[in-house]
Ligand binder design. Structure first.
Ligand code: TRP
Length: 337
């Protein structure tokens, strides 16, 4: 019996920071583990570089971010046996399916897509033409994303809640196509909204995000990591004064990387009035210890991009075989051949 498929895409639109890691990468890397939600499944994880093209116009930048994302996932330990890891633009089958899906998509459905609507609203508020600066890639983004999912007969699509509507559109399009041709051509996927897709606070306490410039890059060199941790906002309580763990960004981050025992010990130290300086030092050594191995591998891979390309190529061969077989049936049906 075939293992059910869990599939997700990662848009290469920036360098990876701790928030990306804790919110999306870490959970995804653990999905197939024993006792985890998707034990016994197979994973299709890919870099959605053509999706990034709706906003990234510098080819060098796009290439760099693509390599960085790939190196990050590889350095952190993908489950090689059960995971197919590839780059969207290496799978031409996706674009044939995209066109077929275009032809079952109501234009009105795209008008209601959140990301497009948000851009229109912004234009209208600013007194500009509603479609100012909006390219067709942004407008039809949900159709390409549907193709990403449907071309693999994916069962589960883990995403943050902002992507839920896109997965629902994919279901909708699969249903429409199946209904039109009276055949189970495409599988209806389900979104898996990551509950522990928690918001990771950045240096200033707001959500860690590139747009707030409050991020800690995952693979910053140790000296920079130390400096950034030193910048984390704390309250004005003095050394020796008991400190609350709930409102402490340092504690929140510490807990993400610590064992249960380490966390309990740190709670104790907070109650005993650890100084913020010591707390930051403890966070730094914990993080630095955890990152040492992956950082070395990450740096090695970025210095040997051919090895990244090789891994992506291997993934693409596997991915194309699956998508190709599924596309063939769809093509035969819709073209009547
Ligand atoms: N749109 C997703 C994002 O911005 C990335 C993505 C592209 C994706 N294709 C996908 C996610 C298919 C899940 C499945 O995060």
């Amino acid at each position: 019996l075939e293992r059910p498929v869990v599939l997700t895409g990662i848009k290469p639109t920036g360098s990876i920071h701790l928030g990306n890691y804790l919110g999306a990468i870490k959970p995804a890397l653990g999905f197939l583990d024993k006792g985890s939600v998707f034990e016994g499944h197979q994973a299709y994880y890919f870099i959605a570089d053509y999706h990034a093209l709706t906003s990234v116009v510098d080819p060098k930048q796009l290439k760099q971010w693509t390599l960085e994302v790939a190196a990050t996932w590889m350095a952190l330990g993908l489950n090689e046996e059960q995971t197919t890891f590839y780059r969207q633009s290496d799978i031409p089958e996706l674009f044939e399916l995209t066109w077929i899906l275009n032809c079952v998509t109501n234009k009105g459905l795209m008008n209601r897509a959140h990301a497009y609507k948000a851009c229109v609203d912004q234009n209208v508020t600013g007194g500009a033409d509603p479609d100012e600066g909006i390219n067709m890639g942004l407008y039809t983004y949900p159709i390409l994303m549907s193709s990403d999912i449907l071309a693999f007969h994916a069962h589960w699509v883990p995403v943050g809640s902002d992507q839920l509507q896109h997965v629902e559109i994919a279901r909708d399009l699969a249903q429409t196509l199946n209904h039109r041709y009276k055949k189970e051509l495409l599988r209806l996927p389900k979104a898996f909204i990551q509950e522990h897709m928690k918001v990771i606070p950045g240096l200033d306490g707001r959500k860690m995000s590139k747009s707030y410039s409050n991020t800690i890059p995952l693979f910053a060199p140790p000296s920079q990591l130390k400096k950034l941790i030193a910048r984390i906002k704390t309250d004005s309580s003095l050394p020796g004064e008991p400190k609350k763990t709930q409102d402490s960004l340092i504690f929140t981050l510490y807990k993400e990387f610590a064992t249960v025992e380490q966390t309990a010990m740190m709670e104790q130290k907070y109650a005993e009035g650890i100084s913020w300086g010591e707390a930051k030092e403890a966070l730094f050594s914990l993080l630095d210890h955890f990152l040492q191995g992956p950082r070395t591998k990450y740096e090695y891979l970025l210095q040997h991009p051919d090895e990244i390309e090789q891994a992506l190529h291997k993934g693409a061969v596997k991915a194309r075989a699956r998508a190709g077989a599924i596309l063939q049936v769809v093509k035969k049906t819709v073209l009547g051949s």
